[in-house]
Design a protein around this ligand. Structure first.
Ligand code: GDP
Ligand code: K
Ligand code: MG
Length: 301
């Protein structure tokens, strides 16, 4: 017999924190499929990606906000604005920090922003697999002496330590609400955006420091072939300078080929079909400071 007197809870949860603390790793773990890209470089995530977790009594919609930092150019400004706006719209804010790192200017910058919101804030100490419990306590004290958090939860997003407990605690802060998304849906982002992020991730991984965050990926075409389980994807990698174009292409096109091969595997997993991926590289000087280009690449505000 089904019990119908149990309340259903739903709400929005924003994950905020300095770059590389593990926000995307956490999101991917709880959503159970790779949707937000991960890398060891800061600012990997530039748009908010939503992951939806639905259980029998709750639905949690996660927002993976861009790493907050002091803006250096227009793109930085945009990212800070996105993060600020999400803070007042959500039901819970997860402020994630790295257990290995001391509290820093970036953390204080975020905590200052948090003082302007009524939204309950959790302190999530991630990467506890890397620290001794004594050091953990010290870290907790350093944060809690500067901001009043409603909950403090140490986790390891990587190995899943304490993440179930965190989900239960989060649930307690969500209001009674509807199921916004069908059970099987895990993200409301168009495939187009996720695919472009997969490609951008490979560029960042394979070029190391030579290609900074000036790279953007534009999906020109996604087309499913009739009667065949094949999807054709055409994308352009946009860089700032001619020298960067050479780096991305590599000797005899070797690097671009590797980027393509690796990205294709991720896209095939996402779409559940075979994929033909065609990649182009284009130089668009100084695109980060041109508002029209920003819009074109999906950074709308
Ligand atoms: P984000 O910038 O906050 O989204 O951080 P990412 O999710 O991209 O993670 C940055 C790096 O930290 C990646 O190399 C992750 O594998 C690593 N990482 C994330 N969570 C953990 C964790 O709980 N333990 C350990 N040891 N590494 C982690
Ligand atoms: K990152
Ligand atoms: Mg991220």
């Amino acid at each position: 017999m089904q019990e119908n007197n149990k309340v259903f809870k739903s709400g929005f949860i924003s994950i905020i924190g300095r770059p590389n603390v593990g926000k995307s790793t956490f999101l991917n773990r709880v959503v159970g499929q790779k949707i937000a890209i991960m890398s060891d470089k800061p600012q990997t995530t530039r748009n908010k990606v939503q992951g939806v977790v639905t259980t029998d009594d709750a639905q949690m919609i996660y927002i993976d906000t861009p790493g907050i930092h002091k803006p250096k150019h227009r793109l930085g400004d945009f990212m800070v604005k996105v993060a600020r706006n999400t803070l007042s719209e959500v039901d819970v804010i997860m402020f994630m920090v790295n257990a290995e790192q001391k509290i820093g200017p970036g953390d204080r910058f975020i905590m200052e922003m948090l003082k302007n919101t009524e939204t309950p804030v959790f302190l999530i100490i991630n990467k506890i697999d890397l620290v001794h419990p004594d050091d953990l306590l010290e870290t907790i004290v350093s944060y809690t002496s500067e901001y009043e958090f409603v909950e403090i939860v140490p986790i390891s997003a990587l190995n899943g330590n304490n993440t179930d407990k965190l989900l239960e605690t989060l649930k307690a802060y969500l209001p009674e609400g509807p199921k916004y998304y069908p059970d099987e849906q895990i993200t409301d982002h168009p495939e187009r955006f996720i695919i472009s992020e997969f490609i951008r991730e490979k560029v960042l991984h394979l070029t190391r420091e030579e290609i900074p965050h000036s790279v953007a990926v534009v999906i020109e075409q996604i087309e499913r072939e009739k009667d065949r389980d094949i999807v054709n994807v055409m994308a352009t990698i946009v860089v700032d300078r001619d020298s960067q174009k050479g780096i991305v292409i590599g000797k005899k096109g070797a690097l671009l080929k590797e980027i393509g091969t690796k990205a294709r595997k991720d896209i095939e997993m996402l779409l559940g079909s075979r994929v033909f991926l065609e990649l182009w590289v284009k130089v668009q000087k100084d695109w980060r400071n041109r508002p029209t280009r920003l819009k074109e690449f999906g950074f709308n505000d």
